[in-house]
Design a binder for this molecule. Structure first.
Ligand SMILES: *Cc1c(COP(=O)(O)O)cnc(C)c1O
Length: 396
């Protein structure tokens, strides 16, 4: 599908058709190009492809036709000029940050971050002379106040893991741009379907494709998206020379995952909404957070920048860690795991898993109590999911 044609189709259509490259066999389903290298017609052809004088593939650490198909489909979906795939979501986040900073720069990020992202900012970037300030992402004044002359990057994920807070992308983009800096948004929880950070002013969007994009708990992958010039100038060499490349096989799994993304995520969001309705006000639940509910603390921002509430619900059960463990161990259908966005409904206890590294004070600051659990809606019948949750809550 040509680029101009892709733009005229709606997201669901782009998810199925955009980016397809056909070989001489005209296969209907996209091919997996499991090849490291490419054969050249002549030494001259080889020289020119290496110098970039003529287009074409040279080595699969750089790119590969199956990777290209995944990247082009992601770009068409996101409305981005360019996309680059990576082996994991963390490879995407690390590259997205490292490509924009140098020694002496400063980063402002929201405190509420996926654990590994927070490690990269707090523990890894300082080794290269890049300092940071972590702020309460919901308080716009804090983003402004943390700004220094040398602030080069602002970074947030929204909705956040695990408390599903939502931050104002446009407001932070304005602060970043006023300082000549870039805003990077980790859009994993919203998915490309429910929130378009680039449209809201973000410069770079990153995904862990491991989550909803694969959607069936199989492979790891990631993606970085943005304007062509920024992607080429800031990331092309970094990716090519350091090599966090996506495997062509995983690129193919993710490409096929994209075909069903809308169907899955739409259904999972309906289920998450039904679960939040069924659990709200339950006597064993002290707090429930779902971005699709009117009682969400940032409901006004959600209305402005998201088109649906997403596939996750967070809630706190009574009785702290003991209560949470009784509840988790009482589940028959739902799987206890730290992943999300799978066809199977999953549940996580952040205090003892993804956020174990933080101190109790740091967790308290983020609103992560010992009784908090995060539910990721799968594709099972919603009534079976709700029955399982209610039965397990009886054991608390
Ligand atoms: C999972 C996740 C990541 C990391 O992705 P991997 O594919 O596991 O490396 C980063 N950010 C968010 C918000 C995530 O949920």
């Amino acid at each position: 599908m040509s680029e101009s044609k892709a733009k005229s189709y709606r997201a669901e259509t782009r998810l199925v058709h955009a980016g397809t490259l056909r070989s001489q066999f005209n296969e209907m389903s996209e091919a997996i190009f499991l090849t490291q290298g490419y054969k050249y017609d002549s030494a001259e052809d080889c020289e020119e492809r290496f110098s970039g004088k003529i287009p074409g593939y040279v080595y699969s650490r750089y790119t590969n036709p199956t990777m290209s198909m995944f990247e082009q489909r992601m770009a068409a979906l996101e409305g981005a000029e360019a996309a680059r795939s990576t082996a994991t979501g963390m490879a995407a986040v690390t590259t997205a940050l490292m490509g924009l900073v140098r020694a002496g720069d400063h980063v402002v990020a929201a405190k509420a971050l996926f654990g590994s992202c927070r490690w990269v900012i707090e523990e890894w970037l300082p080794r290269f002379g890049v300092t940071s300030t972590l702020v309460d992402g919901a308080d716009i004044a804090q983003w402004k106040k943390a700004t220094q002359k040398n602030t080069a990057v602002y970074f947030m994920e929204t909705p956040t893991n695990p408390t599903l807070e939502v931050y104002d992308i446009q407001a932070v983009a304005d602060i970043a741009h006023a300082n000549g800096a870039k805003l990077v948004v980790d859009n994993v929880f919203a998915t490309p379907l429910f929130q378009s950070p680039l449209t809201l002013g973000a410069d770079v969007v990153v995904y862990s494709a491991t989550k909803h994009i694969d959607g069936q708990g199989r492979v790891l992958g990631g993606c970085i998206l943005g304007a062509e010039k920024l992607i080429t100038d800031s990331y092309q060499q970094l990716l090519r020379q350091t090599g966090p490349s996506l495997s062509p096989f995983n690129a193919w799994v993710l490409l096929k995952g994209l075909e069903t993304l809308s169907v899955r995520v739409t259904r999972q969001t309906e289920t998450a909404g039904a679960v939040s309705e069924a659990l709200a006000g339950h006597k064993k639940i002290t707090r429930l957070i779902y971005p699709g509910r009117a009682d969400h603390p940032q409901a006004d921002i959600i209305k402005k920048q998201m088109t649906a509430g997403s596939t996750l619900v967070a809630f706190e059960v009574t009785g702290g860690k003991e209560g949470a463990f009784r509840f988790l161990n009482g589940l028959q259908l739902l799987g206890i795991t730290n992943n999300l966005g799978d066809a199977k409904s999953l549940i996580t206890h952040p205090t003892t898993t993804t956020h174990q590294r933080l101190t109790p004070e740091q967790r308290a600051e983020l609103g992560i109590g010992d009784g908090l659990v995060r539910f990721s809606a799968g594709l099972e019948h919603p009534d079976d999911i709700i029955d399982d949750l209610l039965t397990a809550l009886d054991r608390v």
